[in-house]
Write a protein that binds this ligand. Sequence first.
Ligand SMILES: N[C@@H](CCC(=O)N[C@@H](CS)C(=O)NCC(=O)O)C(=O)O
Length: 225
Amino acid sequence: MIDLYTWPTPNGHKVHIMLEELGLPYRVIPVNIGKGEQFAEHFLKITPNHRIPAMVDGETVIFESAAIMMYLAEKTGSSLLPASGAARYACLQWLMFQMSGVGPMFGQYNHFAAYAPEKIPYAITRYANEVARLHRVLEKRLSEAEFLAGEYSVADIATFPWVRNPDRRGINLDDYPAVKRWHDAIAARPAVQRGVEVLADNQRRGAMTDEERENMFGAKQFQAR
Ligand SMILES: N[C@@H](CCC(=O)N[C@@H](CS)C(=O)NCC(=O)O)C(=O)O
C-alpha cells in the first residue's frame, strides 16, 4: 500500500490526481500544515524539506511532487510519462516548467497578494506580471497542442491544480481561451474530480488564523533542524 502524506493544496492535488488516474490504491495520511504537523519528527524523517506531498511505497521514500509523479508513472509503465524519446522530454520539459515557474511564481503571488501582513506594491506587481506571463506561455502552447506535451500527461496533471481557481490570482480565463479549453477538459475527467476531493473538507475557508500564519511563515518555519 502506498502511504501518501498530503494536504488539500495544489501540490497535494497533483499526486491525488495522479494516483486516481492510475487507479492505484493508496492511504491518505493528512499533514495539517496550518497546525504545524509538517514539523513532526516522524515527517521530517520522510522529508527534510517539511513540505507535502511525500510518499512511502515499501522501501521507496520520496518527496517533491514531480518526483513522486515520475515514480508512479514508471512503477506502472503509464503513458502519462512516455518511457523514452522526444515525447518523454516534451513531457519532462513542461513538468519542469511547472515545478520551477508556475508553482513558485503563483505561490509567491498568493503570498504577497493574500497573506503578507504588509502590502508591498513592488512584490505584488512583480509576481502578478509573472503570473500573467506564464499564462501567456501556456496560452501559446495550448493554442498549438491539445495538451502541454501533445498527449495528456504528468505535465498537465502538475499544472492543472495551479491554474484552477484563477480568480485567486486576478486571472480571467476568458482572456486565455486555449488555457480555458484545456482547463475545462481536465476538470471534466472523473479521476481529476476524485483527486481534488481528497481531504477537501479540510480546505481553509476564510482568512488565515494567527496559528496558521505562525506555522507557515513564522519562526518555526526557519529554525535550524
Ligand atoms: N516543490 C514542492 C513544493 C511543496 C510545497 O510547497 N508544499 C506546500 C503545500 S502546497 C507545503 O507543504 N507547505 C508547508 C509549509 O510551507 O510549511 C513540491 O512540488 O512537492
